[in-house]
Every structure is written in structure tokens, then in C-alpha cells.
Design a protein around this ligand. Structure first.
Ligand code: ADP
Length: 170
């Protein structure tokens, strides 16, 4: 289990994995943060495919090709906006991880990288978000042998420390 989960500090768009996950918004038409970085690196064809998808509900996930990215697929998921914690934020963030993993497995993905969904502009507390992410991935991996590697990509040192500590506690 532990050797199937890795924490990495850097830019998710550079990773050579089967799929990277995008912290998108419900329109799926691009945005700032990791979403903007993924669209820039993938090229215009990504936006063209996203336009055909009809958006995505919070907690759900949709798959596209990776185009100019080293990754074969992008799995777009929409994290919840943090509104104080009493608006199903925990459940919805957990759904993002579960639904992304399920979609990955359906598409024969063996290696996948996640950003820290909702912890940027959407304001989810980082520690809490990391606990949810690690718990959902660990639970999924227990019941799934197809996924060989799940990488948590941290873009800032704070998230990197939090994830490393969280991983030690699994
Ligand atoms: P959200 O709207 O879901 O909060 P953001 O893109 O604002 O999405 O932030 C989600 C996380 O992605 C943040 O921790 C942010 O630091 C991180 N991030 C931003 N750019 C990148 C990148 N190129 N690679 C990996 N993570 C990134």
C-alpha cells in the first residue's frame, strides 16, 4: 500500500503518468491555478474537447485526452468551495477522489497524479483536505490492484509537509 502512494513537490503538468487530475470548475472551460496550467500545457484541443462535455457537477469527474501533456488522460473533477464546513464539503471532496479513481480504473489507468483539490482558490483547509485525500486513496487501493501508483502533487511547501506527515500516519 505505502509503496503505491507517493508525494511529489512540483508541477503536475510535467508528470509522465497515465492520467493527471484537474481541479476544474463546473463549466470545465478552464480557469486559474492548476486548471489554467493544465490547459496551457495541453493546448487548445483540450478546451475543444471540454466544450463537448456539458460541464461537471461538484464531486463528479469527467475524462479527456491529455493532448500535448505527457499524461495520456486528464480527469477533470470539481471540488467543493469551502463555505465553513457545514455544506457537505467533506463528502463532496471525498467524492472527487473516489469518482476520479473509478474513472481512472475504467480507462485502464495504472499511474495517476492528483493536485490538492479545493485547497487553492476554493479555500478548503489544507490539513483537512489532505486527510480526506489520503483516506480515500488508501481505501480505494485496498480494494483495487490495477492502480500501481498514485502521486499527490503539492505545489507549495506547506501542502508538501502536510502530505508527507499524513503519509507517515497511514
Ligand atoms: P481549487 O479551485 O480547487 O482550489 P486551485 O487550482 O486554485 O484549485 O488550487 C488547487 C491546488 O493546486 C492548490 O494547492 C494549488 O497550489 C495547486 N496548484 C496550482 N498550480 C499547480 C500545478 N501546476 N501543479 C500542481 N498543483 C498546482
Amino acid at each position: 500500500m505505502r509503496n503505491r502512494i507517493k508525494v511529489y513537490l512540483g508541477d503536475i503538468t510535467k508528470l509522465e503518468v497515465d492520467a493527471i487530475v484537474n481541479a476544474a470548475n463546473r463549466s470545465l472551460l478552464g480557469g486559474g491555478g492548476v486548471d489554467g496550467a493544465i490547459h496551457r500545457a495541453a493546448g487548445k484541443q483540450l478546451l475543444a474537447e471540454c466544450k463537448t462535455l456539458g460541464g461537471c457537477q461538484t464531486g463528479e469527474a469527467k475524462l479527456t485526452k491529455g493532448y500535448n501533456l505527457p499524461a495520456k488522460f486528464v480527469i477533470h473533477t470539481v471540488g467543493p468551495v469551502w463555505r465553513g464546513g457545514n455544506n457537505r464539503e467533506t463528502e463532496l471532496l471525498a467524492n472527487c477522489y473516489r469518482n476520479s479513481l473509478q474513472l481512472a480504473v475504467q480507462n485502464e489507468v495504472k499511474t495517476i497524479a492528483f493536485p490538492a483539490i479545493s485547497t487553492g482558490v476554493y479555500g478548503f483547509p489544507k490539513q483537512k483536505a489532505a486527510q480526506i485525500a489520503l483516506r480515500e486513496v488508501a481505501n480505494f487501493l485496498k480494494n483495487n490492484k490495477q492502480l500501481k501508483q498514485v502521486i499527490f502533487v503539492c505545489f507549495d511547501n506547506e501542502n508538501y509537509q502536510i502530505y508527507q506527515q499524513g503519509l507517515d500516519e497511514i
